[in-house]
Design a protein around this ligand. Structure first.
Ligand SMILES: C[S@@+](CC[C@H](N)C(=O)[O-])C[C@H]1O[C@@H](n2cnc3c(N)ncnc32)[C@H](O)[C@@H]1O
Length: 232
C-alpha cells in the first residue's frame, strides 16, 4: 500500500512539474494572463539576449535583408515593431546599410524596453514606447512596415493585434509576423491555415510563409492598396 502511495505521489509531482514548465516556460505565461507574461519578461529581461543567443550575422541575413529586399522603391520608411523586446528588429534594420527612416519599438515589459534603450542609446531615429500592442496609439495609415516577431502567440487577443496592425499600416504597407510551429497551445493560433485565415479576416492579402528558425516561420502579408502609390 505504502509503495502505491509513493508511486502515485511521484507521478503526481512529475505531472505537476510538467504542467508548471508548460505554463511558465513553454507557453511563457499566456494561459495565466497578460500580467504574468509581462512579469516573466521583466524578470528575464537582463538574461533574454544570452538565452536567445542572437547572432548579428544571422539577424542581418535572415531578418534585415529579407525586409530591405521587399522595400521597393527604395525610400525612407516608417516602421513599427510590436513586442520589440530588447530591440532585436531595430538593431538589425538600423545596421543595414540601405535602411533609412524611423523605427518605433513598442512593448509591455518595461525591463525589456530598458535593455533595448541601453543598446540603442543615442541612436536618433529609434523610439521605444511602453504600450499594449492590441490598442495602438497611432493614427490610421501611419506606417510602411509593421513587425511582430515571436510575440503574437503570447498575446491574449491575436486578432485584435492584427486588426490594429492593419489599421496603422499605409495602403500597400507590409506586415511581417512570425508563426510558431511544433507547439501545443490549445485555443491559440496553431495551424498555418488558421493563421492565414486570421490575416485574411482582418483584411490582409498576399500572405506567404517562409522558413526561418527552428520554432518559427516568417509570415509576410500586405495591406491592399486603395490608391495609386508606392507598392512594396
Ligand atoms: C519572445 S519576446 C520577442 C521579442 C522580440 N520581438 C524578439 O524577437 O526578440 C516577446 C515580447 O513581446 C512582448 N509582449 C507580449 N505581449 C505583449 C502585448 N500585448 N503588447 C506589447 N508587447 C507584448 C513581451 O513583453 C516580450 O518583450
Amino acid at each position: 500500500m505504502i509503495w502505491a502511495v509513493i508511486a502515485l505521489s511521484i507521478v503526481g509531482f512529475a505531472l505537476l512539474g510538467v504542467l508548471v514548465w508548460w505554463l511558465f516556460v513553454e507557453t511563457e505565461g499566456v494561459y495565466l494572463g497578460q500580467g504574468i507574461v509581462t512579469w516573466l519578461y521583466d524578470v528575464y529581461a537582463t538574461r533574454y539576449d544570452s538565452i536567445k543567443e542572437y547572432r548579428e550575422d544571422y539577424e542581418h541575413w535572415f531578418l534585415a535583408i529579407p525586409i530591405m529586399d521587399r522595400i521597393e522603391p527604395k525610400r525612407p520608411i516608417t516602421v513599427l515593431d510590436l513586442g520589440t523586446g530588447t530591440g532585436r528588429l531595430p538593431l538589425a534594420l538600423l545596421q543595414h546599410r540601405d535602411f533609412e527612416g524611423r523605427i518605433i519599438g513598442l512593448d509591455l515589459s518595461k525591463e525589456m524596453l530598458k535593455q533595448a534603450q541601453t543598446k540603442l542609446a543615442g541612436v536618433p531615429n529609434v523610439t521605444f514606447i511602453h504600450h499594449p500592442a492590441e490598442q495602438l496609439p497611432f493614427e490610421d495609415a501611419t506606417f510602411d512596415l509593421v513587425t511582430a516577431l515571436e510575440m503574437i502567440e503570447f498575446t491574449s487577443n491575436p486578432t485584435q493585434l492584427l486588426r490594429e496592425a492593419h489599421r496603422v499600416l499605409l495602403p500597400s504597407g507590409l506586415l511581417l509576423v512570425t508563426w510558431r510551429k511544433n507547439v501545443f497551445m490549445p485555443g491559440k493560433v496553431n495551424s498555418r491555415e488558421h493563421f492565414a485565415n486570421l490575416l485574411v479576416g482582418v483584411g490582409f492579402e498576399r500572405i506567404t510563409f517562409e522558413a526561418w528558425q527552428v520554432d518559427y516561420e516568417q509570415v509576410w502579408a500586405v495591406k491592399p492598396s486603395v490608391q495609386q502609390g508606392y507598392r512594396i
